[in-house]
Design a protein around this ligand. Structure first.
Ligand SMILES: Nc1ncnc2c1ncn2[C@@H]1O[C@H](COP(=O)(O)OP(=O)(O)OP(=O)(O)O)[C@@H](O)[C@H]1O
Length: 382
């Protein structure tokens, strides 16, 4: 049984905004799942839904099985217990999440007193241990949030998340407000916690490169849906969905210094979840749309070994077992039309705009072979 099994999750806010639309996710203990996407694509809504932290009046459907128990079907008493001991959230911007007028040690101790029914002395002792676990001296527990640096406050948030030994940690943009050096330290700390305690991690970020470096698997969200998911590095280096590819191209690739100098954006904005376009929600921004995309949405389907993508351009060839895909074999669908729009992942001033945009999956041949570079992955078939 998976630690977390989310099935067909839908979230609609009271004003009709369909923020999450049929999301399926699975996570095992000790594994790390990254959820990526632009601002407004529904990542935080998904995180809040997992612990039933959404505002009153929000409609939530589907199933959220945590250790086999459906969080959406729990009574409130059970939900409150699960919030700390079953799963906990590290929010972005610790300054806003911590109470500014209380000592951080008291804030860490609170869930221990409440949920572990510890004595005050026991809670103090455990708080000291937790602070040391996240790399802070136990004595820093007597500080108020404003007396700590941004990185130290985020460490406090992680200590708090660990207070009741949860099975699942959800980290929503845990490093967004931090500088690069501190960000790296916090990411390593989170990785260490997952490894030491065998917890599952869901890490949410708009930065696909950070997720690819930290997580085992990646789910890329657009307009409330997962449009691509698979092994983290493969999705970052060789995305199949045009949105995932554009998002990936917007961030430098780990171990590819050249990509640092060519971050590329995707024109336009994500759609308003109260007024989603018909068909595939991404088609108005897609560099390679077909006429049918304005009418028909695509389900997530196999897009190679252990990967899925929701795009009309994902072909039978992508889905075939690796041994059936002869290197250099031509694609088995029509090339998408040259729309005249640049492909975010293909341009970036590298001078290859003359090349017609390739299909989102345009990896000919054996996709189990990791291409040396995204450019190699996109090289047209001979
Ligand atoms: N309480 C709310 N009522 C109505 N709509 C909401 C509410 N909270 C969020 N939304 C809308 O739901 C959509 C998804 O928002 P959400 O915060 O989940 O996205 P996100 O991907 O986490 O973005 P960010 O990275 O900026 O937090 C957005 O269009 C947002 O405006």
């Amino acid at each position: 049984m998976s630690l977390l099994d989310v099935r067909g999750l839908t979230v609609t806010y009271a004003d009709g905004a369909a923020a999450v639309r049929g999301v399926d996710l699975r996570l095992d203990a000790g594994r790390k799942l990254g959820v990526a996407g632009e601002s407004g694509c529904g990542k935080s809504t998904l995180a809040l839904a997992l612990l039933r932290l959404l505002p009153a009046g929000t409609r939530v459907g589907g199933e959220i099985l945590l250790d086999g128990e459906d969080v959406l079907a729990m009574k409130w008493g059970r939900v409150r217990a699960v919030r700390w001991a079953g799963a906990s959230i590290v929010f972005q911007g610790a300054m806003h999440s911590l109470n500014p007028v209380r000592r951080v040690g008291d804030q860490i101790a609170e869930p221990i007193l409440l949920h572990r029914r510890a004595t005050p002395a026991g809670a103090r002792r455990r708080t000291g241990e937790l602070l040391e676990q996240v790399g802070l001296p136990a004595a820093r527990g007597s500080a108020h949030p404003h007396e700590l640096s941004g990185g130290q406050r985020q460490r406090v948030m992680i200590a708090m998340a660990l207070a009741c030994d949860p099975r699942l940690i959800i980290a929503d943009e845990p490093t967004t407000a931090l500088d690069v050096m501190i960000q790296a330290q916090i990411l390593r700390l989170i990785e260490q916690v997952v490894a030491d305690q065998d917890v599952g991690l869901i890490m949410i970020s708009h930065d696909l490169a950070v997720l690819a470096d930290t997580c085992d698997r990646l789910a890329v969200m657009y307009a409330g849906r997962v449009v691509e998911e698979g092994p983290a590095r493969r999705v970052h280096e060789d995305a199949r969905h045009p949105y995932a590819r554009a998002l990936s191209a917007a961030f430098p690739r780990i171990g590819d210094p050249a990509s640092r100098f060519a971050p590329r954006g995707l024109p336009g904005d994500p759609p308003d979840p109260s007024a989603l376009p018909a068909g595939c929600a991404f088609h108005p921004r897609c560099p390679v749309p077909l006429d049918s995309c304005a009418v028909e949405d695509q389900p997530l389907r196999d897009a190679g070994p252990d990967r899925r993508a929701a795009c009309v351009h994902v072909t039978a060839q992508d889905r075939a077992p690796a041994q059936d895909r002869a290197p250099g074999r031509a694609r088995d669908t029509d090339q998408p039309p040259d729309t005249g729009r640049s492909w975010a992942g293909d341009s970036g001033g590298s001078g290859d705009r003359d090349t017609p945009p390739a299909g989102p999956h345009d990896t000919v041949g054996d996709t189990s072979h990791a291409p040396d570079s995204p450019e190699e992955a996109r090289r047209p078939a001979p």
